[in-house]
Design a protein. Structure first.
Length: 210
């Protein structure tokens, strides 16, 4: 399965405008192996082939990197298996991340995973509801497969006030975002007809006149 995963990354990365070096692909495969070991108990991701995992969970997660500036710190809300944050941190060594996950067992998986993958110094794992976490020092907030995403969107927008948003979802999420009159850029995922990355640029800080 690892070989199938690596083959899929190599054969499909061009569709995502990526050219990943071999050592990076190997580290992504290490992450894939970790998820496979723990998935039967923790249900981190739905059942899928190694090729589908490579495409939907890894390559699609990496599409957000285009919109995150050099040296930035981002928050991953409802990190779960560590998607999209862990692949992003593996590929971009200049980034740091705050992985927020309210379920304790998944939090332990995330803490063990970032240590195993050598990114613990750049990845802080928080076992809290996202509203209990201070987002002051992050520039962007990403979110993928959050439970009841559309229902939680108003709370997420209030919490992530003026941060850049990188939200993965389909047309239901697009409709929910449009109701909040957000200036959204929708990026259709390569090799997909209905999965998108919705991008909302961060708002510049308000300058007070003297």
């Amino acid at each position: 399965m690892r070989e199938e995963f690596i083959k899929a990354i190599k054969s499909r990365q061009n569709s995502f405008n990526l050219s990943l070096p071999g050592d990076t692909i190997s580290r992504l495969a290490d992450y894939y192996d970790l998820v496979q070991v723990h998935n039967p108990i923790l249900h981190l991701v739905g059942p899928c082939s190694a090729t589908e995992f490579a495409t939907r969970h890894i390559l699609e997660s990496l599409t957000m990197l285009e919109f995150i500036p050099q040296g930035a710190r981002f928050a991953d809300v409802g990190a779960g298996a560590g998607l999209p944050s862990i692949p992003g941190l593996i590929v971009r060594k200049d980034l740091s991340g705050l992985l927020i996950e309210s379920k304790e067992k998944k939090t332990k998986f995330l803490a063990d995973a970032v240590k195993h993958l050598g990114i613990a110094r750049r990845a802080k794992v928080s076992n809290l509801q996202f509203e209990e976490v201070d987002p002051t020092n992050v520039s962007h907030v990403c979110c993928r497969a959050l439970d009841k995403f559309e229902q939680k969107l108003p709370r997420l927008l209030r919490w992530a006030d003026k941060k850049g948003l990188l939200l993965f979802g389909g047309n239901n999420l697009r409709t929910a975002m449009e109701k909040h009159q957000l200036a959204v850029t929708a990026k259709l995922m390569p090799l997909s007809e209905q999965r998108y990355l919705f991008v909302v640029d961060p708002k510049p800080p308000t300058v007070k006149s003297r």
